[in-house]
Design a protein around this ligand. Sequence first.
Ligand SMILES: *Cc1c(COP(=O)(O)O)cnc(C)c1O
Length: 430
Amino acid sequence: MLDNLKPTILSNYQLGLEFAQQQDQNDPLSEFRNQFHIPKDKDGNPLIYMTGNSLGLQPKITKTYLVEELEDWANLGVEGHTEGKHPWLHYHEFLTDTMATIVGAKPIEVVVMNSLTANLHLMMVSFYKPTAKRYKILIEADAFPSDKYAVESQLRHHGYDEKKGLILWKARDGEELANYDDLEAIFEEQGDEIALVMIGGVNYYTGQFFDLKRITQLGHVNGCMVGFDCAHGAGNVPLKLHESGADFAIWCTYKYLNSGPGSLSGAFVHERHAHNKDLNRFTGWWSHNKETRFKMRDEFDQLPGAEGWQLSNPPILSMAAIRASLDVFKKAGFENLCKKSKHLTGYFEFLINQLNNPNIKIITPSNPKERGCQLSIQVKQADKSLHHKLTEAGVITDWREPDVIRCAPVPLYNSFQDIYYLVERLKTIL
Ligand SMILES: *Cc1c(COP(=O)(O)O)cnc(C)c1O
């Protein structure tokens, strides 16, 4: 790991290419960009890739890690489980420590398994325990659709009306960001009817990074279980999951964690539940005590900690890609990345504000503590043709109807010059 970098938070951003070039030159993390495959346009020029919040780029070492497993499989067959260079039997354990560091958890609280929405359901099997009086689920109003569908189906599964059972934490009319006073009001009115609070730790649309600890405390005081979907937080912001006190969290690894399309998900279960054998769960042989798993006894013996939620032996090729990516994070140091991220996104915000265009509004919070790297930029009177034009100009962003461009400069592989050119091209198009 690089030595902890000195904070380089600059309040004096400047216009002009020279400033961006200087920042890149002074950036001790800039060499990491070369460790990634940056997609190119048809003339071979690197694209300005701003969608690491959707699919992170491929580290160059990923191929080596995958080939290693393919070779072990070719040469060893089933023996690879125990004799492989990285034996498959306990392969998920190679991921745990770094993943725990990134999400701010203890190793016993973290496991990589399954895909994201599947894990959300598995967590709700354990932490959504509705009763006739207390059965409602609270989520943020513009939650990622998969999360909303998942909680609705849990309500139906337990025989409750999904409309009555779902409470939405909405932004006020004319505002974009959810407001904590409104959350408190919801708890005051309906706190004793809410069984589960399930919020996206960083909202995918606005980029708002919620105060996980505050929400957890509010939920717990009101007798609710609390979980977070951190798909847009993991690898992006310091989540401090343990300290938040949340009962569970889940996240995917293909966004900021650069582990490839459709890759596995991470799950966090707070230490306080690690040895609770009374929690309801769905189980499989991978939830069984490791020491006796292969004795194939009839009697189930629950594995403690987050690992105890595993069902199946995992896909090693996907895990190899995660291991490669986590090794890159370990080398860079997650704290260093967070520092650079604040600086990059601050610069981005500065350039957008300097456009002085009345049709442009950043809906992401301006407080760096309430956001990660993503800025969601509303362009009034624009339509999707703006997104097409940006794409034609070599800028890969994400468009959300009706009028929002989401851009996520990622500190591992995006540069200050990326941001400079992105804003220049946006200016030209507008
Ligand atoms: C990306 C994302 C998903 C996607 O779910 P998968 O199960 O991985 O397909 C779900 N929820 C949130 C909040 C996301 O950001």
